[in-house]
Design a protein. Structure first.
Length: 467
């Protein structure tokens, strides 16, 4: 921090990164022949964090495994966005009690958004004595040091930044990333959030908004394209407030300027900040995917105000129509919270009517979950579960029909598809620029593009033949 509350980004120095590499190199004798497993809950940001954690563990000499029963080092990367995610992560941690009793040398760590919350840390200390270490969301670059401490300590250890929101959060460059795909990659452009939507735990768990330097982002994307990556997603809680040397529309356009066939995506935008420049950039650049995820959360102005979303239903509609008008074939998706405190039948009807008016290709619907420390958790008028469940079903039923109708326009069209190989149900599938699932009739190696003529459609998939 510098004077008068003006934020200085906390960039980790090259010296500190070199120190971590040295610690990792020194650990190799101790970790030889040992395996590590990272278990991930939550959003794309967490998935990417896990790839960084895996990269650092590999650097320390661990061999990575997906099978936790084979691992000597287990790290659970948790999510705190809703109670359900927390319960799942805690039950995962609980599974390791028996293993730890059988083999005390196994090390178990918990990180991510739950680890960042004081009440969850307390719970883990008390009720999960076999968890050896906890580290926070801005500690990934220090993993070699964390591993060294854990391996040499008989006590439980904790690496947590306990600072106010505006001072909490760092940016580190130069630590390895262990990507689990050879053709799809996440690239964070910014971390944290300053919006404080009243239901959301993210600003508390991930600190203040801070942007990577555009040169670092561009170098990473260029490197990925040269390695053959075909689908690259720029990540941030609110990419439109990116300020690492240029605005987000410029950054995205520059990322889409390298030679070769590939797609640039981004996630997520806040409606109050989604700019016309960004909407134009999508329309003008073939390499920028035709998909816009724009969380609306509610169609009721009263609820939007209580959520501290800082836009009205009318402003959202204007933005959505601008996106669709400038990009006729774009897929527009959203997040909606059902059962926010005091949500009436009229408020919910406003959400239903907004959904109808916009025509979303997909809605991620969540039942409101009170989060400790947030403003909404203290609000009166919490909505009974049964009411929320009914509203959830009504919205899903309507959206299933709307989404199918939107897909009819693709019948008879040739779509460029990036193959994902074979799906879990044994079909050949991939994704088009709209990020919709496309099923096709012949095997195409994962990571290769192919043209598919669409013959039939469902609500959330298109089906056709390779041409
Ligand atoms: N309860 C329910 N859904 C939530 N989200 C964020 N916080 C909560 C909460 N407390 C949803 C929002 C957000 C998405 C990532 O998760 O819709 O856009
Ligand atoms: Fe949470 Fe709102 Fe920030 Fe999104 S913009 S991460 S919903 S506080």
């Amino acid at each position: 921090m510098c004077g008068d509350g003006i934020l200085m980004e906390e960039f980790i120095t090259q010296q500190e990164i070199t120190k971590q590499y040295d610690i990792a190199a020194a650990l190799k004798g101790e970790t030889a022949g040992k395996r590590a497993c990272v278990i991930t809950f939550g959003c794309q940001q967490n998935e990417h964090d896990s790839q960084r954690i895996a990269g650092a563990l590999q650097l320390c000499g661990y061999e990575l495994t997906d099978d936790s029963s084979l691992a000597d080092m287990i790290i659970i990367n948790t999510c705190a966005i809703r109670e359900h995610a927390e319960v799942r992560a805690l039950s995962e941690a609980g599974q390791f009690k028996g293993r730890k009793q059988q083999n005390r040398s196994i090390k178990i760590g918990v990180c991510g958004c739950m680890a960042q919350q004081a009440h969850r840390r307390e719970q883990i200390y008390k009720s999960y004595p076999y968890v050896d270490f906890i580290f926070g969301t801005d500690m990934h670059h220090r993993l070699p040091e964390i591993v060294q401490t854990v391996l040499n300590s008989k006590k439980r250890v904790s690496f947590i930044t306990d600072k106010p929101h505006n001072e909490f959060g760092v940016i580190s460059e130069g630590m390895p990333v262990c990507r689990d795909s050879k053709y799809k990659a996440w690239v964070p452009v910014m971390y944290g959030c300053n919006n404080f939507c009243t239901y959301c735990v993210v600003p508390y768990a991930r600190g203040h908004e801070r942007s990577r330097n555009s040169a670092d982002v561009l170098a990473e994307v260029k490197g990925l394209v040269e390695q053959g990556y075909k689908d690259i997603t720029l990540l941030g809680q609110n990419v439109n407030s990116y300020n690492g040397g240029c605005d987000f529309a410029t950054l995205l356009t520059q990322c889409a300027s390298f030679d070769g066939e590939y797609r640039m995506r981004f996630m997520t935008s806040h409606p109050k900040d989604a700019s016309s420049a960004l909407i134009d950039a999508i329309a003008q650049n073939e390499k920028i995917a035709k998909h816009f995820h724009l969380p609306v959360q509610s169609g009721s102005n009263r609820i939007l105000k209580l959520m501290n979303r800082k836009y009205t239903r009318e402003q959202y509609l204007e933005k959505a129509f601008e996106i669709k008008q400038k990009n006729p074939d774009i897929s527009l998706t959203t997040d909606i919270i059902i059962g926010f405190p005091t949500e009436t039948d009229e408020d919910f009807a406003d959400t239903m009517s907004l959904v109808k008016q916009v025509g979303f290709d997909m809605i991620y619907t969540f039942i409101y979950s009170p989060r400790v420390g947030t403003v909404a958790a203290k609000m009166e008028g919490q909505i009974p579960k049964e009411v929320s469940n009914q509203r959830f079903k009504a919205l899903s039923d309507m959206e299933n029909d709307l989404a199918q109708e939107l897909n009819y326009k693709f019948i008879g069209k040739k779509m460029r598809v990036l193959s994902d190989g074979i799906s879990k149900n044994g079909t050949y599938c991939g994704r088009c620029t709209q990020n919709k699932i496309v099923n096709f009739d012949k095997p195409i190696p994962a990571g290769e593009f192919a043209d598919v003529l669409i013959e039939t459609v469902g609500s959330y998939q298109l089906n056709g033949k390779i041409i």
